[in-house]
Ligand binder design. Sequence first.
Ligand SMILES: [Zn+2]
Length: 233
Amino acid sequence: MDLTQLLKYQDVDAKLFSIEQKLTASPHKKKANELALLAKKAQAKSTELENEANNVLKEIDDLKVSFQQNKKSLDSLLKKDLDKLSLEEFDSLSSLKSKILNNLNSLEKMLQKSAEKINNILQEFNKTKKMYDNARLQFEDCKKKIQEETKILEPEKDKVKKELESLESTVDKRLLEEYKKRRNDNIFPVVVPLEGKNFCGRCRMELPMAAISRINDTGVITCEHCKRLVYKK
Ligand SMILES: [Zn+2]
């Protein structure tokens, strides 16, 4: 079977493949993906920090309530007429008073710690926000560059596509179908020559002799390893 037309088709297709590669392998595209991931991470971190802050704020509210309760108890203790108390009562009152003062002291410390926590969360939040804003800004810049790239390459791509279309009718229908199937799986080149007596010209795997014996009738055989169409030069 004559493969000249198919090989000609593949030569033109090589131009298309190279444009496609340029478009997908664009460093701006890679960078844009990285930045999008970074922005997503920053967003998740912000949510996490927000939840953390809410927990600490609730903690502070609880501490404040405890503080007020202790303060109230202390006030009522201080209002008591000490002269009317027995010695025993006075002692227990004194110990209660020092207990409440201790409570107030440790509650104050805890409140201070919580305030520090909130401060840290806020700082972290601002840092995360800056990171997010920065990533978004760079992402927009990348997007612009990708658009510029695409603007240049798309017309070239269309031109080659048209050229390919005009060649389609010259290629054996069944072969073209097999070719396109592989090309859609991003295999390129699709058609490769046999190397030596029985090796795939691309992946160099040995092809079974039974398949080799069919090559003259069918024109091509499929390499089971890399799925390419192998022909005899
Ligand atoms: Zn192969």
